[in-house]
Ligand binder design. Structure first.
Ligand SMILES: NC(=O)c1ccc[n+]([C@@H]2O[C@H](COP(=O)([O-])OP(=O)(O)OC[C@H]3O[C@@H](n4cnc5c(N)ncnc54)[C@H](O)[C@@H]3O)[C@@H](O)[C@H]2O)c1
Length: 339
């Protein structure tokens, strides 16, 4: 059904990433922030003030009814996504749930079914898909610029580890482990770029910041695909100095090479026709919100909205990487892994 009135969106969780989603919502004329829900009343109230004095609550069920919510963006720790998603689906509310959709494939699959059975939109916030660099790489590959893609490699190195040992991100029970928690971004990207079906995952990890860290802060994950293509995802959260950041992308096809070196605002495509620079684009959080909102409102949108099934596929890959880290083996994928 096509909506005509603005879509009333609740933002659930008011921590680090909620601000990005709120900024995006404020820029969309078809969206209205219905209110903010957080278990911590002080954080909820502060975020509601910063969002222009919208209502806030610690009670999600009451908020959905009182604020006549159409949709919600879930910005809470990973392990809370299934229960919050279930409450939204049962109340008939569309959702954009932060990545990873859940910390187990079965919980992510249950969410997909809950929303699909009710004809509701579920999307997972694989925000990197909306970043100009990622879109440019995808576009170049689908345009045939490198021919048949054979290999993708992405490196995302960061210099900070969550500073407080009470933080949920370094607690495996709440984040699912780092190969899943942030690994899903990279695993989703390379799979999307290659447009192939993953068949094998192997992960190598280190705990550079401290040996008794519960999660690996350096990871090298390799993925094998049905066509014989492969991908390497390298990521770190513990480089020194803390402020350092580094990203590099490399895609090799049978007719060309695409390379995105660090310190270059554009994306350089190296193919048989020489080198050219590819265009940029808007903020990934804005592009993501716009795409999701269009789907919620019943319009075609840009056709790039990430589905719940894509979120599930990323969880399957992240979970396989975690299992590989646990026992050192190569994991063969047998379940559903959509592209
Ligand atoms: N898309 C991206 O690029 C990106 C980047 C960072 C984080 N994330 C994801 O966003 C989510 C939130 O991460 P963050 O860094 O903002 O975390 P955070 O710890 O900064 O904030 C989480 C907030 O959720 C609240 N909360 C916890 N349980 C709740 C519940 N059951 N109901 C309501 N509120 C609850 C906490 O009080 C806190 O205010 C995670 O899933 C994370 O993986 C995504």
């Amino acid at each position: 059904m096509i909506m005509t009135a603005p879509t009333r969106v609740i933002v659930i969780g008011s921590g680090f990433i909620a601000g990005e989603h709120l900024n995006a919502l404020h820029q969309l004329p078809d969206a209205e922030v219905a209110g903010i829900v957080d278990l911590d009343p002080g954080r909820a109230a502060a975020a509601a003030r910063a969002a222009g004095g919208v209502p806030w609550s610690v009670d999600l069920a009451a908020a959905i009814t009182e604020w006549s919510a159409d949709a919600a963006i879930v910005c809470t720790p990973n392990h809370t996504h299934p229960a919050i998603g279930r409450a939204l689906a049962e109340a008939g509310v569309h959702a954009l749930i932060e990545k990873p959709l859940a910390i187990t494939p079965s919980a992510a699959a249950e969410l997909v079914t809950l929303f699909e059975d009710r004809g509701l939109v579920l999307s997972a916030a694989h925000t990197h898909r909306y970043a100009p660099y990622a879109r440019a790489v995808r576009q170049a590959i689908t345009d045939g610029a490198v021919g048949r893609p054979l290999q993708a490699r992405i490196t995302l190195l960061g210099g900070w580890i969550w500073g407080d040992w009470r933080n949920w991100q370094i607690d495996r029970q709440r984040s699912g482990g780092h190969a899943l928690h942030n690994g899903v971004h990279l695993l989703d990207l390379v799979t999307w770029w290659l447009g192939d079906t993953p068949t094998h995952v192997h992960a190598y990890g280190r705990k550079r910041a401290a040996a008794d860290l519960e999660v690996h802060d350096y990871l090298m994950i390799t993925v094998g695909y049905a066509s014989g293509a492969s991908a390497v995802c390298e990521m770190s959260r513990a480089n020194q100095p803390r402020g350092i950041g580094y990203r590099e992308v490399f895609v090799q096809g049978d007719e060309g090479t695409l390379r995105l070196p660090w310190d270059n605002e554009g994306t350089l495509l190296w193919g048989h026709d020489g080198t050219k620079s590819l265009a940029g684009g808007p903020s990934p959080f804005l592009a993501q919100a716009r795409s999701w909102l269009a789907t919620v409102r019943g319009s075609a949108g840009d056709g790039e909205a990430v589905t719940g099934r894509t979120g599930l596929a990323a969880v399957v890959l992240g979970d396989a990487a975690e299992r590989s880290l646990a026992d050192g083996t190569m994991i063969t994928l047998t379940g559903e892994v959509a592209r």
